[in-house]
Design a protein around this ligand. Structure first.
Ligand SMILES: Cc1cc2nc3c(=O)[nH]c(=O)nc-3n(C[C@H](O)[C@H](O)[C@H](O)COP(=O)(O)OP(=O)(O)OC[C@H]3O[C@@H](n4cnc5c(N)ncnc54)[C@H](O)[C@@H]3O)c2cc1C
Length: 383
């Protein structure tokens, strides 16, 4: 029998690739390996699960047993791939097992970035990036009144809005002057901040956290303006970094992510990368829609029909019910200017090129309903 296709990771990238592959190829052996429990879940739900009173178990849509049966695959759980031997086409697992591959796919996701914080509780700052993290976060919320969140980006704002549903006051700290500062022009950011503030979020803008110390009943976070904030928990949401260590150690080409071409192939033609780990044509896009584009094309490639990935423009819906928000950022290097219409119901911000064409947008409040009309007018990201 031929060596299996081996996928490292059972997140949305790994599992969706396996599903698409099985639609095209029922015969080739398939092996998936994951450090976590292997349950199938949708990671975006981690930042709006509190509102629905969801436990980590409730977020698992399919057990690993069900996935094994559906995919006709062998799935190794709670097991880490510690090295890749490219010359032998083998991976070594943390339990000592060695698995041969015909093709290997890196779908390892990304790690939360850790801020260099001082203080005796710096190590107790949590981040929520997978089901296990969510389980321990949710378990610690009983009796909690205030949570400091470091970072007012997409994930920080979503957790803040979600915590409100539990009667918790989120204190959202960011060095920028408004939330989602890399995605929104100031007027839109100010509108979002007003809506979230009205709902109960306590913003601290233009400051950064320097240290986290234990104090009676919780933590004390010292901010760069000299103020201190006390809270029951400190959550970090300052961004993610693709997991590239394994690829780097195997001498694959790595930049921000694992560098792949349009066939999602790394510098080794038998090894591919997808999801938050991958950098396609310079684009590392840690979102669900790019993954769905990648898995369909890579499945075809692995099944024998080399198919380059294409990216339409892919707007991102921000899960802040206090202020419905959709952003479609212009790609880096696209020159343009924001044109903003605002009233009490919302903000429509369009990023317009010199020739009048639409390059990106940010829609807040009522204006978010225009997503379907505006999205088709955006330029494709990878033709
Ligand atoms: C809180 C939150 C909310 C989000 N909300 C949205 C949203 O609303 N919309 C959106 O588009 N995107 C959202 N995202 C981003 C989106 O969820 C991710 O882009 C996507 O889930 C990444 O999937 P992945 O499979 O690449 O990585 P992951 O889901 O992180 O999976 C990585 C897998 O690799 C395994 N792994 C890693 N290293 C090894 C190793 N050495 N050996 C074995 N296994 C290994 C892990 O165990 C895991 O199974 C959100 C992200 C977060 C954190």
């Amino acid at each position: 029998m031929s060596a299996p296709v081996v996928i490292i990771g059972t997140g949305l990238a790994g599992y969706n690739l396996a599903r698409e592959f099985r639609k095209l190829d029922q015969a080739t052996p398939l092996v998936l390996i994951t450090r976590d429990g292997g349950g199938f879940y949708s990671k975006p739900m981690l930042s709006n699960a509190l509102a629905g009173n969801k436990t980590a178990e409730m977020l698992v849509m399919k057990s690993v047993e069900k996935m094994t049966e559906e995919l006709k695959a062998v799935i190794h759980v709670r097991c880490e791939v510690i090295s890749i031997d490219r010359s032998k086409h083998e991976v070594t697992l943390s339990d000592g097992a060695v698995i041969a591959y015909s093709r290997l796919v890196l779908a390892q996701g990304a790690d939360p970035i850790r801020l260099p914080l001082a203080g005796d509780a710096a190590n107790e700052v949590i981040s929520v990036n997978d089901l296990d993290d969510y389980a321990s976060f949710a378990a610690r919320l009983d009796g909690v009144k205030r949570v400091v969140i470091l970072g007012a980006g997409l994930i920080g704002c979503e957790f803040a809005n979600d915590l409100l549903s539990r009667g918790v006051t989120p204190v959202l700290v960011d060095p920028a002057a408004w939330p989602l500062s890399r995605l929104l022009p100031q007027v839109a950011g100010v509108y979002l901040a007003q809506r979230l503030t009205a709902a109960g979020v306590d913003f601290r803008f233009e400051v950064s956290a320097g240290s986290v110390d234990r104090c009676e009943g919780g933590f004390r976070v010292a901010l760069s303006d000299g103020t201190k904030v006390e809270a029951d928990l400190v959550l970090s949401a300052v961004g993610l970094r693709p997991r590239v260590a394994l690829a780097k150690a195997a001498d694959l080409r790595v930049d921000r992510g694992v560098v792949v071409n349009r066939l999602l192939q790394t510098s080794d033609e038998a090894i591919f990368a997808i999801g938050d780990t991958a950098e396609v044509n310079g684009l590392n896009l840690p979102f669900v829609l790019p993954i769905m584009q990648q898995v369909r094309t890579l499945a075809a490639t692995l099944a024998g029909t080399p198919t380059p990935v294409k990216y339409p423009a892919m707007p991102v819906v921000v899960k802040t019910p206090a202020c419905p928000t959709v952003v479609a950022p212009a790609l880096t290097g696209m020159a343009g200017e924001w044109q903003v219409n605002t009233d009490e119901t919302g903000v429509e911000a369009k990023f317009i090129a010199a020739d009048g064409s639409l390059l990106g947008f940010a829609l807040l409040g009522e204006a978010s309903k225009q997503r379907q009309t505006l999205a088709p007018q955006l330029p494709v990201w990878l033709a």
